[in-house]
Design a protein around this ligand. Sequence first.
Ligand SMILES: Nc1ncnc2c1ncn2[C@@H]1O[C@H](COP(=O)(O)OP(=O)(O)OP(=O)(O)O)[C@@H](O)[C@H]1O
Ligand SMILES: [Mg+2]
Length: 236
Amino acid sequence: MQWTPPYDPAKHGLLPLLARQGRTANWFNTDDGDPYGEPNVARWSSHRTAKTIPFIYRRAVAERPEISNWLNTLTAEARKQQAQRGAPVASVGRGPSLLLLGPTGVGKTYEAHAAIRELAITGVVARWTVTTAADLYAKLRVRHGVDSEAEFQKYATSTILLIDDLGAAKISEFTEDINFRLINHRYENALPTLFTSNVLPKELTARLGDRVASRLNEMCQPVVITGPDRRRAVAA
Ligand SMILES: Nc1ncnc2c1ncn2[C@@H]1O[C@H](COP(=O)(O)OP(=O)(O)OP(=O)(O)O)[C@@H](O)[C@H]1O
Ligand SMILES: [Mg+2]
């Protein structure tokens, strides 16, 4: 990771995230020349993250406390592992997963990108892979010149993965197979995954199959988001 010069966290909507993590702008801009120090990792990670967060979520700050709690669990474990191994930086490894559930427009994707932003400013390294379920299936369709299995492995083994809109795409044998293989791999290896889904909690089994639902049940903390469709509120 590179030394990243100090920059104004306010310009990138990072102050509320720093506050949630008990950090200040001064901490973020600690100019001690240590590339492995947490403030530099936070600047480097936030800079990289800003390039990948979709425009409408670029200032997202999670409202649900379960998001910060989940991130705190992951970062505490990362720091524990770092201390045990004497590693130069703390990196997210194994840990629990989170399942954000709720109807259209309540803010599931917003909360998910807020989580990515918040983890970036902690100074713990987290290599996210981000996809919607529909994009994932599209990328994994067998096509000439594409090694779909290698592509699948990128998602299955990613350190930390966001799967947005699980259960929203049309079901087929192909999507069922991908869901099972992907979720089973992440379940067996305790790889932290953030899922969002429109599916009602009581319909998860019917929609995703009992073997997938059972694994999600064990590996994820469910967070049910309720409320109006925020898109309609904006339009009104
Ligand atoms: N806490 C929030 N503060 C401000 N704006 C928000 C918040 N949560 C969501 N929004 C905005 O509301 C809109 C809908 O949010 P989002 O896209 O996250 O919904 P969703 O639950 O993922 O919907 P869908 O199921 O259709 O994917 C977006 O414009 C988003 O930026
Ligand atoms: Mg969404």
